[in-house]
Ligand binder design. Structure first.
Ligand SMILES: *[C@@H]1O[C@H](CO)[C@@H](O)[C@H](O)[C@H]1NC(C)=O
Ligand SMILES: *[C@@H]1O[C@H](CO)[C@@H](O)[C@H](O)[C@H]1NC(C)=O
Ligand SMILES: CC(=O)N[C@H]1CO[C@H](CO)[C@@H](O)[C@@H]1O
Length: 441
């Protein structure tokens, strides 16, 4: 008995050529008509929408922090802008953005949450917000924003008005599907691609109609010590995500209703009497905006104990909205009011901000933003030893500052109407300096 392969090998070259030609002529067109790669959401969205933000290859951040040496000091500028539409997932880098009372537009719209499944806890049956502190692999979940593009119309789809978030995480099924998924990932996205699972979420807050249709309800979510009523959109999460992240109980997904101003900001923030409106946040930690300086990161990097798991300090670990460069290291510690001024040839508004307090750090920056692996010590160790600088937060390290936007004519205006445009390249003037003392929650 001979195997079919032996048969083939014993064929003469002409026969082999014939078989090959047959395969090429008949099979290749079938592959073109019915590709083995499923059409993904982004191919469809791309017909009517555009993706917001910069590709990672065109980031304005230096790849190694010492690359920025050479920037003239005393000329602080906005280097890079970031939003994180889903809390603790990957961010999106922008070259300009709207500033709203809640911070940058599209920032921290959603949060994941977990339902405590340990009976006996005083507040079980309350969802608790989840971040990379509990689920470091959230760092591997990418988020893209797709907005309708006025220059695109599709005959089949018309001109949709809604924007979408597309979330993706690494995922391969078990068994025979594994090989197929690896193959199609490489076929569609290149040799280094790994299989992913994706799901989509609305960019706008769902209307009452939409909520009914989808069966969304409201539930209590605990964010630090606050309990807020948020829209429960957990049914949009594919079950694989909880397994990927290593969640044992239930995984939930929540969105804050913008019509109900629930998380007004007090503590260190300027008040309505000075600002004309009371600052407010969505799922930001505590204040609308977080500013970081590359010079400060560089200074901190020089005291971080580096090893093979951390050979440089990536600014993305700190999840700021506004990253500046050109100021003296830690100069922002004493900023009280700043002004961002557009260069003549640029669009954008003069944007003023009140600095509320320094950013008191937790251990979240120990998670590597590239792979979700948590470093055992740094930069937490360096922060606690070298950046214990705030009398209001003893034993803690601080880096960066928290801010609230100042809107001209905010007095008496509708908060939903307030907005300014901020852009990369704006220069920063410090209008007011002073001492900060943190007020804990
Ligand atoms: C649409 O096209 C016009 C003309 O080409 C261009 O100036 C504009 O920036 C485009 N708008 C968007 C949103 O891409
Ligand atoms: C997280 O993402 C990185 C980079 O894409 C990848 O190398 C790593 O395997 C991922 N980790 C997991 C557990 O999926
Ligand atoms: C701390 C503080 O409130 N600083 C400034 C905030 O902005 C207003 C102007 O809008 C200043 O008057 C405050 O001094």
């Amino acid at each position: 008995m001979t195997f079919p392969l032996d048969n083939l090998l014993s064929l003469d070259p002409v026969a082999v050529l014939l078989v090959t030609t047959t395969i090429v002529v008949f099979v290749v067109p079938i592959f073109i008509l019915f590709p083995p790669v499923p059409v993904d959401t982004e191919d469809v969205l791309g017909q009517t929408h555009s993706k917001l933000g910069l590709e990672s290859s065109t980031t304005a951040l230096p790849h190694r922090i010492n690359e920025q040496v050479g920037l003239s000091p005393n000329e602080a500028r906005i280097r890079s802008l970031w939003v994180y539409p889903v809390k603790s997932c990957k961010g999106i880098e922008l070259s300009k953005s709207k500033v709203l009372p809640t911070g940058l537009e599209h920032d921290r719209l959603y949060t994941f949450a977990a339902l405590s499944d340990s009976p006996g806890e005083d507040d079980d049956n309350v969802w608790r917000f989840q971040t990379q502190r509990q689920l470091p692999l959230l760092a591997n979940v990418t988020v893209d924003i797709w907005v309708p593009d006025v220059n695109k119309t599709s005959r089949a789809l018309g001109r949709p008005k809604e924007g979408f978030l597309v979330l993706k995480f690494p995922w391969t099924d078990d068994g025979w599907r594994r090989t197929l998924q690896r193959f199609t990932a490489k076929l569609s996205r290149g040799w280094s691609a790994i299989p992913q699972k994706e799901f989509i979420l609305p960019l706008e807050f769902p209307s009452a109609e939409e909520q009914n249709r989808q069966g969304y309800g409201y539930a209590d979510v605990k964010v630090w010590k606050e309990v807020v009523k948020a829209l429960d959109m957990s049914k949009e999460i594919p079950p694989e995500l909880a397994r990927y992240l290593g969640v044992k109980g239930k995984l939930g997904l929540f969105r804050m209703d913008p019509a109900v101003k629930q998380r007004e900001v007090y503590r260190c923030a300027a008040r309505k009497e000075t600002l004309g409106y009371q600052p407010i946040v969505d799922f930001q930690d505590a204040y609308p905006l977080h500013l970081l300086s590359l010079q400060s990161i560089s200074a901190l990097e020089s005291v971080v104990q580096k090893d093979e798991n951390m050979d440089y300090l990536d600014p993305r670990r700190f999840r700021a909205n506004i990253i500046v460069s050109g100021s003296k290291p830690y100069d922002e510690d004493a900023w009280k009011t700043i002004r961002c001024v557009p260069r003549d040839d640029e669009h954008g508004d003069i944007c003023d901000f009140n600095v509320s307090c320094r950013t008191v750090r937790c251990k979240l920056p120990n998670v590597n933003p590239d792979d979700g692996v948590r470093h055992k010590a740094e930069p937490d160790h360096a922060l606690r030893h070298h950046r214990n600088v705030d009398l209001g937060a003893p034993k803690h390290g601080c880096l960066g500052v928290q801010m609230v936007p100042i809107f001209p004519n905010a007095e008496g205006a509708d908060v939903n109407e307030l907005s300014l445009i901020i852009a990369v390249g704006m220069s920063i003037e410090v209008l007011e300096r002073g001492e900060h003392v943190y007020i804990p929650q």
